[in-house]
Design a protein around this ligand. Structure first.
Ligand SMILES: Cc1ncc(COP(=O)(O)O)c(C=O)c1O
Length: 370
């Protein structure tokens, strides 16, 4: 039996009728763009996160762009962020001709190190953009404290952490703006691209609502420059259907993540989840010494793995212009060499998980011949 890395097929089998009914309703009313499901979803997600506003957008990358446009980020402004993330985080800063200012991570959590922020603040700094990597919230409490001392906005890139909590509060509700992605394999995923921005700030919410529809205030009146960044009604319908079992799935993810950590303890570096955080394990990621060899051995046994992410943003050719070569961020660079993610989804049964654990333990125990 082959092992799935993310098992969307099993998930779909359990919610087929619910999804079909929701999608059929859209096909019947025909409002494919900004239909009623979008507003319904926004209200549900805002309540879920405990924030005043949710603005559905076309994907998690767009959510970052819309958030920064709403903050009126200007060319040359600086945004402090982590180099250990998916390209979109730094990419959207650069797209606005602003400057991503990378600071190193906390090697324990793989998230932006709040202690490194202060030294990176300059008169051009406008915002801090932590990423809640692999499903664990970044230390927003500490980050917000530094940001408020310097009058900076904080955008949590919660693309991987929707549903996670920190000190009892939800990811995406922990900062000036929170953003997320509903890419199919995210903890809450739709059947295509989707994303959302969250804020308690009425004025920012209004700006984000306009920006996602070409900066429009009413039809064909455009007070500001915007984008086509709307969330499809059909995707909102899918998400409404999936929300019904989302909390059960999160409980399964958490149980499976903890079980991995218990069984892999001592063999590999397992995720360090802070006691005040609840991680949604968008990925279950470990650190190993000889990653390529471990991956190879698992692959030979039909166990898929992935690397999130093999190259930190400072070493991506797209950011070569920043001149931040090897050695600029030792912790992020070490993590990029060592991390690998194991199959993780709410339907991973214990026997399969035990097989994966045994294979990892065996692979790391194999010493290369002297
Ligand atoms: C940290 C992070 N930010 C942003 C994104 C972009 O989301 P999307 O693929 O929905 O545009 C992703 C997606 O993988 C992500 O992991």
């Amino acid at each position: 039996m082959s092992i799935e890395f993310h098992d969307l097929k099993t998930q779909y089998r359990g919610m087929r009728e619910r999804v079909a009914a929701r999608m059929q309703a859209v096909l019947d009313h025909g409002q494919y763009i900004m239909g009623p499901e979008v507003a319904e979803l926004e209200a549900r997600l805002a309540a879920y996160c405990g924030v005043k506003h949710c603005v559905g957008v076309s994907d998690g990358t767009m959510a970052l762009l819309v958030a920064m446009m709403a903050l009126d980020l200007q060319p040359g402004d600086e945004v402090i962020t982590t180099p250990f993330t998916f390209i979109a985080t730094g990419e959207m800063i650069a797209l606005l001709r602003a400057k991503p200012v990378f600071v190193d991570i906390d090697a324990r959590t793989w998230n932006l190190d709040p202690a490194a922020i202060e030294a990176a603040v300059t008169p051009r700094t406008r915002a801090v953009m932590p990423v809640s990597l692999y499903g664990q919230c970044a230390d927003l409490e500490a980050i917000n404290a530094v940001a408020s001392r310097h009058g900076l906005a904080v955008i949590e890139d919660g693309a991987q952490s929707f549903g996670a909590t920190s000190r009892g509060r939800r990811s995406c509700a922990l900062s000036t703006i929170g953003t997320t992605s509903f890419f199919p394999t995210k903890p809450l995923g739709c059947y295509g691209d989707g994303g959302a921005c969250f804020t308690d700030d009425d004025a920012l919410a209004e700006r984000m609502r306009r920006i996602r529809v070409h900066g429009q205030s009413r039809r064909y009146f455009h007070p500001v420059i915007g984008v086509n960044g709307r969330l499809d009604t059909l995707q909102a319908a899918v998400l409404l259907a999936k929300l019904e079992t989302f909390d059960d799935e999160l409980a399964q993810r958490e149980r499976i993540g903890k079980r991995y950590s218990e069984r892999l303890a001592g063999a590999v570096r397992t995720p360090q989840v802070e006691p005040h955080n609840r991680c949604v394990y968008a990925q279950y990621t470990i650190e190993v010494d000889d990653r390529a060899a471990v991956q190879e051995q698992l692959k030979a046994q039909g166990i898929p793995t992935a690397v999130h992410y093999p190259v930190p943003l400072n070493l991506q050719p797209a950011f070569a212009g920043l001149g931040l070569g090897e050695g600029s961020f030792p912790k992020a660079e070490a993590a990029a060499r060592r991390v690998m993610s194991l199959p993780m989804h709410p339907f991973l049964d214990e026997a399969t998980q035990d097989r994966i654990v045994a294979a990892v333990r065996a692979a790391v125990a194999v010493k290369s011949p002297a």
